[in-house]
Design a protein around this ligand. Structure first.
Ligand code: HEC
Length: 190
């Protein structure tokens, strides 16, 4: 009798051994709840949570790790304040200017033109020239814009300006500062 019990235990225990590890073998407790956790995927529907969604909106005022909230609003007074307070952390190196040019041409040239001249641009690919955008975009290749403090242009990119939309959510802060360098360098890389 004792031998039979030992044999049975050996069969059961060794039965769980897995020489071919690509296949799961028997499991004895699989029927118990919580043996496998039934996790919801972030984007899966969820009948227990508000809105029927698993991923919930972050509570108001939540600050993402490593991010600082932008303290200025889309108002002229705040634009001027940003110009006084914010300092460009980027140096006008060739690499930064080249990245600024790349980002400017990706996000801004469609309205302001590759040369920045707005309505007077030689760039025929702007939305305004193609009659797809009705408002004449500002000329950025002027002494006025060159003389704006870096922080003021950074603010316009981040929050927008009057009719121009905000680009803060599309362009990382460092790249916004690089665009500022490129504009102030007269749309040149060196
Ligand atoms: C969809 C078109 C559009 C895009 C894209 C756009 N702008 Fe503008 N931008 C405008 C218009 C229109 C104005 C004039 C707004 C006004 O004064 O009401 C303007 C104004 C500005 C001004 C203020 C000029 C001044 O003298 O006050 C700056 C600086 C500027 N844009 C920079 C940029 C930069 C940098 C980008 C890219 C990150 C950009 N814009 C993308 C349309 C655009």
């Amino acid at each position: 009798m004792k031998r039979i019990v030992i044999l049975l235990v050996a069969v059961v225990v060794l039965g769980a051994c897995n020489h071919h590890q690509e296949k799961t073998q028997w499991d004895y407790m699989g029927a118990f709840d919580m043996y496998y956790s039934k996790a919801y995927e972030s984007y899966s529907p969820n009948k227990y949570l508000p809105g029927g969604m698993t991923l919930q909106k972050a509570p108001e005022g939540t600050v993402a790790r490593g991010k600082k909230p932008y303290p200025f609003k889309n108002k002229l007074a705040d634009r001027k304040k940003a110009g006084e307070v914010l300092k460009n952390p980027m140096q006008p190196t060739k690499a930064n200017l080249a990245k600024g040019k790349e980002m400017y041409e990706r996000f801004c040239a469609i309205c302001h033109g590759k040369d920045g001249k707005g309505m007077a641009t030689a760039d025929n690919n702007t939305l305004y020239k193609k009659k797809l955008y009705p408002i004449p975009p500002a000329n950025l290749a002027t002494e006025t814009v060159k003389n704006y403090p870096d922080g003021e242009i950074f603010h316009v990119i981040t929050m927008g300006s009057a009719i121009m939309g905000a680009h803060g959510s599309q362009i990382k802060p460092d790249d916004r500062w690089r665009i500022v360098l490129y504009i102030k360098n007269g749309f040149k890389v060196n």
